[in-house]
Design a binder for this molecule. Structure first.
Ligand SMILES: C[S@@+](CC[C@H](N)C(=O)[O-])C[C@H]1O[C@@H](n2cnc3c(N)ncnc32)[C@H](O)[C@@H]1O
Length: 324
């Protein structure tokens, strides 16, 4: 454990951003972070965000006749994510200043880069299996809202496509008023994920997990559902988004049914859910594909007489409820 004194000794040249405008901080950090390897860190001194309250970023704070620029922690967290860094616990210098420390993420530790066969990329021993989305507030908050929005307690037969190990059902178990009266079916082509889900939910006789390819859904001859949920799945390269969505609405969903679609607007890197969809060959977040599929879903569902609502952040949630 380093004391503040020793931190200053080692960092006597530590950057002080307490009076520097953000327009200069961004290029400075960008240049410095490019020189660092994964897991190396950079520290800088800023005005203690708790020193002032009800203050928007950029306002002046006067301390001992000196003027400083106010910024809250959210801005430092946002910046850390934008530079693919983890923000570590800030160190108090004194009542007025803190040291912010960014650690560079190791972008190689990501399931996006894992080369496994396509079904097992999301299997029980994959990097993906270490992700617990129900512990990510920015995901769970909106998923719970989506369940509420479609009135989950009125949806008896529920289908989930790309269920993986079942986290989306876990949330339904927690919020449904009469869970036993629901019938849940989860589908995924990853056999080890389906086995984990079956083990995890074995006490629930009203949940069924099926290992199957979504492309061959019709072969399963399932009865129609009151609610179809699919999160982070329908945009997979092995599925044709538009065609699949239309077929789900026409063949798998009851006329009075509802849909919850979750579109990832993030990447999972080295333990962090990093905001912003990424597309090959782009150095920055590119959301064109995300918007295209969200808007197609919205227009199609509206045409089929669904009321459509879109919300979310790191995951964009589209909720459609039939108005018939
Ligand atoms: C990114 S994961 C999302 C899993 C889960 N819904 C979540 O959000 O954590 C995509 C899931 O869809 C499954 N999947 C992808 N294409 C599939 C297909 N054609 N048939 C069945 N499952 C598929 C994968 O095995 C994986 O479990």
């Amino acid at each position: 454990m380093h004391s503040i004194k020793s931190i200053f000794k080692y960092n006597s040249f530590m950057q002080n951003f307490s009076q520097t405008p953000m327009i200069q901080i961004i290029p400075f950090l960008e240049t410095q972070l490019k020189k660092l390897s994964s897991k190396e860190s950079i520290s800088f001194k800023v005005l203690n965000p708790d020193y002032s309250s009800s203050t928007y970023n950029g306002n002046s704070v006067i301390i001992d006749l000196h003027e400083y620029i106010y910024r809250g922690y959210k801005t430092w967290l946002d910046l850390a994510q934008q530079f693919q860094c983890r923000m570590l616990t800030p160190l108090m210098v004194d009542e007025y200043f803190v040291i912010i420390k960014y650690e560079k993420l190791n972008s190689d530790v990501s399931f996006h880069k894992q080369s496994a066969d396509k079904e097992e990329k999301y299997g029980k021993d994959s990097i993906f299996s270490l992700i617990h989305k129900n512990e990510e507030a920015a995901y769970l908050y909106y998923y719970l809202q989506a369940l509420k929005n479609v009135k989950i307690d009125t949806r008896v037969r529920i289908l989930n496509l790309g269920i993986n190990s079942g986290d989306e059902f876990q949330a339904i178990i927690e919020v449904a008023e009469d869970f036993e009266s629901l019938e849940l079916v989860g589908i995924d082509y990853c056999s080890s994920a389906i086995e984990s889900a079956q083990e995890k939910f074995k006490e629930y006789t009203n949940i069924k997990f099926i290992q199957a390819d979504i492309n061959e859904l019709e072969k399963l001859a399932l009865e129609k559902f009151d609610l179809i949920i699919s999160i982070g799945t329908l945009q997979s390269s092995n599925l044709e988004f538009n065609k699949l969505l239309m077929s789900l609405v026409q063949n798998q969903l009851k006329r009075s049914g509802a849909m919850i679609l979750g579109f990832p607007n993030c990447r999972w890197i080295d333990g962090e859910m990093v905001y912003g969809a990424r597309v090959k060959n782009y150095a920055f977040s590119e959301m064109g594909l995300l918007y295209k599929d969200v808007i197609f879903s919205k227009k199609y569902l509206q045409q089929k007489k669904f009321r459509v609502t879109i919300t979310g952040k790191d995951y964009v949630f589209l909720m459609g409820t039939s108005i018939l």
